[in-house]
Design a protein around this ligand. Sequence first.
Ligand SMILES: [Zn+2]
Length: 268
Amino acid sequence: MFHLELFHFPEPFCFNLPVVLTETRIFVIDTYMGPSSIPEIVDYCKKVKGDRKLYVVNTHSHFDHIWGNSAFKDWEIIAHRKCFEVIKSEGENTLKEISEKYPEWIKEEIELVLPNFIFEKEINFYDRDGNVEIKHLPGHTEDSSVIIIRPENILIAGDMVEDPFPLLERTGIDTYIRNLKYLEDRNFSRVIPSHGQRQDSLLIKDNIHYLEELRDRVIYFLKKGEDPHEENITVESIVKFRGDISPFYRESHENNIKKAVKNFGNDQ
Ligand SMILES: [Zn+2]
């Protein structure tokens, strides 16, 4: 048996939090902004647990994916080695910075809890009727992972895929595009990003389109000796998205241009 229960938290990040039930296990994918932001998840897991083993997966080290880990202290908390290392080395500083910059996001004292089940490339959990694969896939961050559920062929993407477009950090843009193409080739029946409304597999294609356009235009301006910025590479001209772009995503687009310039040539 397989069941996916999707919890949605509209403010402030339009956040999707999937809970996956298999025959013998429960997987909670990311833990959002702290225990008090997700009481319904803990209640739901208690209700459906039965004999199942409980797991949390941290798809990457960003604060909105890990601050609720302390609600699941007795569980196995799975993460890629790099994700574990970033939370360990930068977690407290990030918490301090965000507490100062965005105090309205801090609803309680956040206790950072490190993952305790670390993997390197990928890890598979098999049941009699399917499997859950957790796979390291850099792009959004160096420490990003995705979850693939078979045979339903569902992708839980973390921030590797995002609606309306992906956010760059340190990874080279070509590496990000290559790893999104790997996902695109898998023809998923459903794609669940951590942020946004869309859950169709075309979102991967649209994310690739955005990154390819961004890369090509950045290269074009750099070759001309001009500075690429949000006025000569407008978000509207490269995003396949018909709605309004929120202030958050406008700022993210500006940031993406800067990162694309900075990471230029960083691909392996
Ligand atoms: Zn993120």
